[in-house]
Design a protein around this ligand. Structure first.
Ligand code: AMP
Length: 499
């Protein structure tokens, strides 16, 4: 499936959640299942678990939400105290069950299970090379390519070297949870594009896309897995080893994880997502605040941004001066109610259905908006469907002015590395200026956040972030697209254990 309309990366975009656990004497299936629930927002198309009981591998992978994919009894059949899990995001054209994960297979070198979040840029090339060497593929996904490359390396070398050589062969974005027999591994690509963290439980260790999964298991976040690092969990849950296998000159953390994708209660790359979003909201006020009667979030994505925006608005005026005593403070209100039972508008196949879905999903509270000037805060504008509908809805409910403030820069280009952003042609900001967009969505004013403000809120330099969707320049070599840094082959130094 094609990620960006007419573009070169044609593997499915894997916007997913991964988890792995290794426990002392307790079955892993149930903790994995709970962790997948905690990661459900990262993927709703399929869910799966692979465990290993010391003798053999067990697998259950099904379409649907976690709660639907596992029926009573399924977890009991997944024996073993080590295992991995996966939730997969729906992307058009990738509804094939062969792409559901974890991918599992048995080779001469042992059994392997793989959960992958991210997207490789050279999967076709590696697949062709492996196919020429006799490897048979059952799916067109890039995860199977990683599994086969690793299996081939494992025939000749130990686990750590095998992983290192696979990391040197594959390019792109990957956070992986892997089982090799009863050993669980976590691997993060050299630029750390997608998140992956390590947690400690009373009786073992866990690797997960987001720390919220560790909290769910009543564990403690140890730290993020470092870019280019391999973490190997002891099969008996007693500890872990880490190996810094590949070093890159810079990182390419996805800023959009913090803006939209990750749970606000997760800590990613040392930053609590909720606090980052509040800080983005504060900066939004500082850069483009507009004095209005009411500020209200688009639930749920705009909530933390709006609370930061309102806090900053209580301290300073839109001109940046300290707010005088007794000045009218902008009221922070919930002016839009969300119907929790409507899925993401995003996955509606036609524009007409997407528009209808916004009205199904969000309804204004008349008393909050009637006769007032209203500022609506959301995290992002993708196609522009949500904002266009919202401005109309809020006006219909009696608002006198409707201003829109967005907690991210304009999204001008597709994502090839894990976030389903729509094609370039569908992105409203790909060929329109902010003023043209404002005119299209019929808002009284519209402002986005600057890229520099995003970098500051993330306490990072621009060079260490993946900003592809807001600059059109990518940290990985995507055919037909520009890159924002020199893409070199990762180093091939010998592996070194650091604990
Ligand atoms: P749109 O209506 O296409 O402009 O999409 C904007 C809305 O979708 C915002 O409310 C965002 O919170 C949400 N959104 C942003 N990125 C994504 C994504 N990758 N998948 C699903 N929803 C998204």
């Amino acid at each position: 499936m094609n990620a960006g309309g007419d573009h070169a990366v044609d593997e499915p975009r894997e916007k997913c959640g991964v988890v792995g656990v290794s426990l002392a004497g307790r079955d892993a299936a149930r903790p994995l299942y709970y962790a997948l629930y905690a990661l459900q927002h990262r993927g709703q198309e399929s869910a799966g678990i692979v465990t290993h009981d010391g003798f053999q591998q067990h697998s259950h992978v099904e379409r649907g939400l976690v709660g639907d994919a596992f029926k009573p009894g399924d977890l009991e059949s997944l024996a073993g105290s080590t295992g991995i899990g996966h939730v997969r995001y729906p992307t058009a054209g990738s509804l094939d069950k062969s792409c559901a994960q974890p991918f599992s297979v048995s080779f001469k070198s042992g059994s392997l299970g793989l959960s992958h979040n991210g997207n490789l840029v050279n999967a076709d090339e590696v697949r062709e090379e492996l196919a020429a060497a006799g490897h048979a593929f059952t799916s067109d996904g890039d995860t199977e390519v990683i599994a086969h490359d690793l299996a081939r390396n494992l025939l000749e070398e130990d686990l750590v070297r095998a992983v290192k050589h696979t990391m040197n062969r594959i390019h792109g974005s990957y956070s992986l949870a892997i089982t090799h027999d009863d050993t669980v591994l976590g691997v993060r690509d050299p630029m750390g594009n997608r998140p992956l963290c390590l947690g400690e439980l009373d009786d073992g260790y866990v690797l997960a896309s987001e720390s919220a999964a560790i909290d769910t298991l009543d564990g403690e976040l140890v730290r993020d897995v470092r870019p280019g690092e391999l973490v190997v969990l002891e099969p008996d849950g007693s500890g872990y080893d880490t190996y810094q296998l590949v070093d890159a000159d810079s990182t390419a953390h996805c800023f959009f994880e913090h803006v939209y994708f990750a749970r606000p209660d997760s800590v990613i790359d040392d930053e609590l997502v909720y606090e980052v979003r509040r800080e983005l909201g504060r900066k939004l006020w500082e850069e483009s605040g507009v004095e209005s009667d009411v500020v209200m979030p688009v639930p749920d994505s705009g909530r933390a941004f709006a609370s930061g925006y309102a806090d900053a608005a209580a301290e300073t005026t839109a001109d940046g001066d300290p707010r005088p005593e007794g000045d009218d403070v902008i009221e922070f209100a919930e002016g839009l109610m969300k119907n929790r039972y409507v899925g993401r508008t995003f996955i509606m196949p036609t524009q007409d259905e997407r528009e209808r879905a916004v009205r199904l999903k969000l309804n204004p509270i008349r008393s909050t908006v009637e006769g007032k000037s209203v500022t609506i805060i959301d995290d992002s504008i993708v196609r522009g469907t949500t904002s266009t509908q919202l401005v109309e809805l809020v006006r219909e409910a009696g608002a006198e002015e409707v201003h829109l403030r967005i907690g991210a820069p304009p999204i001008v280009a597709p994502c090839y590395f894990g976030i389903d952003m729509a094609t370039r042609e569908e992105l409203i900001a790909s060929d329109k200026s902010t003023e043209e967009i404002r005119d299209r969505i019929e808002a009284d004013s519209l402002s986005y956040l600057s890229i520099d403000a995003v970098a500051e809120a993330l306490d990072s330099s621009r060079a260490d972030l993946c900003l592809g969707c807001v600059t059109g320049e990518y940290p990985f070599d995507v055919e037909g697209e520009a890159t924002d840094r020199p893409v070199e082959s990762p180093s091939t130094d010998a592996p070194a254990a650091d604990d």
